[in-house]
Write a protein that binds this ligand. Structure first.
Ligand SMILES: Cc1cc2nc3c(=O)[nH]c(=O)nc-3n(C[C@H](O)[C@H](O)[C@H](O)COP(=O)(O)OP(=O)(O)OC[C@H]3O[C@@H](n4cnc5c(N)ncnc54)[C@H](O)[C@@H]3O)c2cc1C
Length: 380
């Protein structure tokens, strides 16, 4: 019997383990999933926490309730992966061998990479930071708010734009907009990575009277003087700073031979196979594929990883339908005032961005509400 090991119990790990369990007979393989957390977290909810638009409790469910009964769940922090001898080591010393491996350990914010960040900046990319930002916004009475991106790549590329649109609406509702100067910073020479979408977002920011500071690569946060400095030599004062921290792959991957120094796993963009290893696949935020680190990407990649892994195990050819990942991305974008738009694209087709409207926002909200029922279990 073959041993399949899935690392990570987020969107990617949970879904792919369930899809594999559905495809393989019990006698063909045993499936184990390792997760550092006993909860499966749906991170998109965190965007709403600073504005009290959702409750932190709705962002997670017990992981074991979402897994097919035949999947063995091991809770623990992975500290080492030795792909040469096909072994994973956990912090408590436990070692687990595998024949086939899926790496889906995501990405995490790394505020410690920027001097002064932890002391001076808010963000909303963890449960705690989102809750702290809610308090800071509650107490805000006007002044300078700077929202920006402190390093690329980061997960959910559209989230800082969404936050800016939502905070602008929030300030208006609180009658604080006239008393607040709102600035958006981005490391590139435009407001978003994808050029066509950047033009669209810039127009929307300008319509909402948001100041734009491009080519702003965050060098340090100076909490004492309440300014941020960029590598380009720009200095911006703030009263409330909301920055997306630089991101990294899981610590045990940083510098591992299958990944680079930052922990991004070297992955084929179509087959999702890890470079140099026929028995390892990577998916989701942890890959080095230059595509959005988004739950939707992970969702669309899972059937390909499951299909290819099962075909390799059975020594057959993957079914055409899920043989390759074509770069599909679908991101909803909150634009404030009860409206949203979306970005939908793949490797061949650039994004189209419809005019923000209430129907798209309804789609986003319904998807978020139905997420736990539909996605990790593989219903869609
Ligand atoms: C505020 C916010 C809003 C977002 N909004 C959207 C959105 O609207 N649409 C969208 O598509 N995406 C969105 N995303 C991005 C999305 O949440 C991620 O891209 C997605 O979760 C990636 O899935 P993943 O499976 O790769 O990683 P994750 O879901 O992060 O899962 C990683 C798993 O690995 C485990 N793990 C990590 N390290 C270890 C270790 N050392 N040992 C054991 N286990 C480990 C973790 O415990 C976790 O279970 C948002 C993200 C944030 C932060």
């Amino acid at each position: 019997m073959k041993r399949i090991l899935v690392l990570g119990g987020g969107i990617g790990g949970t879904l792919v383990a369930n899809l594999i369990a559905r495809k393989l007979k019990k006698e063909e393989a045993e499936i184990t999933l390792i997760s550092a957390s006993q909860r499966h977290i749906y991170q998109p909810v965190w965007l709403y926490i600073p504005f009290s638009m959702d409750d932190i409790r709705s962002a997670s469910k017990p992981l074991k309730n979402l897994l097919n009964k035949r999947i063995k769940l091991v809770l623990g922090n992975i500290t080492q992966l030795d792909a040469g001898i096909q072994k994973v080591t956990l912090e408590d010393g436990q070692q687990i061998d595998y024949d086939f491996l899926v790496v889906a350990t995501g990405s995490h914010p790394s505020p410690e990479d920027v001097p002064g960040f932890k002391e001076g900046a808010h963000f909303f990319y963890t449960e705690d930071s989102a809750s702290r930002l809610r308090v800071a916004l509650e107490e805000f009475r006007g002044g300078k708010i700077v929202v920006g991106v402190g390093g690329l790549p980061h997960k959910c590329p559209v989230a800082p734009l969404e936050f800016t649109f939502l905070v602008e609406h929030f300030l208006n509702k609180r009658k604080l907009r006239d008393k607040t100067e709102l600035t958006y910073t981005y490391p590139l020479n435009r407001v978003f990575t994808i050029e066509s979408a950047a033009g669209y977002a810039q127009t929307l920011l300008e319509q909402r009277n948001v100041q734009i500071e491009t080519f702003f690569n965050l060098e340090e946060v100076d909490p004492e003087n309440k300014v941020i400095r960029s590598m380009e030599g720009t200095e911006l004062p703030y009263d409330l700073l909301v920055m997306i921290p630089p991101h990294r792959g899981a610590k045990f991957l940083q510098g591992n031979p299958i990944a680079d120094e930052q922990g991004w796993v070297k992955t084929n963009r179509n087959t999702l196979q890890v470079t140099g290893f026929d028995n390892i696949w990577a998916m989701g935020d942890t890959t080095d594929i230059p595509i959005s680190k988004a739950g939707s990407v992970t969702h669309f990649e899972a059937p390909v990883v499951a299909e290819r892994l099962v075909a390799t195990l059975r020594k057959t050819t993957p079914h055409k339908k899920h043989a390759e990942y074509g770069g599909k991305v679908l991101c909803f974008i909150e634009t404030g005032y009860g409206t949203a738009t979306k970005l939908e694209f793949d490797y061949q087709n650039p994004p189209k961005t419809p005019k923000p409207n209430r129907m798209i926002r309804l789609e986003k909200i319904l998807f978020n509400k139905a997420y736990f029922f539909l996605v990790p279990t593989g219903r869609i």
